[in-house]
Design a protein around this ligand. Structure first.
Ligand code: 0GY
Length: 304
């Protein structure tokens, strides 16, 4: 099947730079996606965008180029609840990828079992309105109860302004809960202002809540590093990510978010994204927790 990508959508960055920051041995890119290829794994009818293809082989090439050892492949909304492309990326990774799926209420125990065997370790609940249609919370809670029994966790994606309304649902989830991209803070607001304080309180009061300190390119208002190599890429995001890393060092994850869905103005160089890491995890110990210890504990507990 032929798919035309959404107009205005930027292609992912080809030929990313070699990062100056050397990630520690065994580092995990804990948030990335595969898109299709659409001819092999068609995009879902209910999708809100059509991406450009981004295959598992291209993902593995990026992993090696950036110096990472493993990936966590997160089901993207353009594939709906058809997890075949993501599962295919896991099964061809030689054990170097684990996954997070999207499932609906009707998913069978056999399907969950097959995904577990392929390396899936969680489900994603998406509340970002531009990406998905509404799913009733009782359906999500039912899914959470089922996947808790097989040791999976829940990944949640939402906008910061929606946290108050979603609080009761999130805090009732019976699993580890991993928040995508720090709950998408408005980094134009103060890092110690009420909105981000609520997120800090969410993590402080609930020891089962983790956060990905990812996507500075999505959150930044100040924008990408200037040409010629600025010292502080996406500098307005740094205080937010750094605060989470330093306050909750054992519950943070990092990922590239390759191939960066839905970006229309700026497509990051993934090498520069890696160079962002030492600005938010400033010591070797924090870097090891963020990139190795924490993702291994969550996704490869049998090896950590
Ligand atoms: C991300 C962010 C986005 C998209 C998706 O599944 C998705 O379509 O997650 C976004 O547009 O903010 O984490 O990839």
């Amino acid at each position: 099947m032929e798919f035309q990508k959404t107009p205005g959508w930027l292609d992912w960055y080809s030929g990313p730079s070699k990062p100056r920051f050397k990630v520690p041995p065994g580092a995990v890119d804990a948030h990335c996606h595969v898109f299709g290829p659409g001819a092999e794994f068609p995009y879902a009818a209910e999708r809100k965008y059509t991406p450009c293809d981004a295959s598992k082989r291209q993902l593995y090439t990026l992993r090696d180029h950036l110096g990472f050892a493993r990936n966590v492949v997160v089901q993207a909304t353009c594939h709906g609840a058809d997890n075949r492309a993501m599962v295919d990326a896991l099964t061809h990774s030689e054990g170097k990828a684990r996954g997070v799926a999207t499932v609906r209420r009707g998913v069978s125990d056999a399907d969950l079992r097959a995904m577990l065997d392929a390396g899936v370790r969680g489900v994603r609940f998406n509340f970002v309105k531009r990406l998905v249609d509404f799913t009733p919370k009782d359906e999500l809670m039912e899914i959470a109860g089922r996947i808790a029994k097989i040791g999976w966790h829940v990944v949640i994606y939402f906008e910061a302004v929606d946290l108050p309304e979603l609080w009761d649902f999130f805090t009732a989830l019976p699993t580890i809960v991993v928040v995508d991209h720090m709950g998408r803070p408005d980094v134009g607001k103060p890092v110690d202002g009420p909105e981000f304080e609520l997120f800090i309180k969410f993590m402080r009061q609930h020891p089962n809540v983790w956060s990905k300190v990812s996507c500075p390119e999505r959150l930044s208002v100040s924008g990408p590093p200037a040409l010629g190599g600025e010292q502080n890429p996406y500098r307005d995001v740094i205080p937010f990510a750094r605060r989470i890393v330093e306050t909750f060092p054992d519950r943070v994850l990092w990922g590239t978010d390759w191939p960066h869905p839905n970006l229309k103005e700026h497509m990051p160089d993934d090498g520069l994204l890696v160079d962002f890491i030492p600005h938010i995890a400033t010591t070797p110990e924090l870097q090891r927790k963020l990139l190795v210890d924490n993702p291994m504990r969550l996704y490869w507990p049998e090896e950590s």
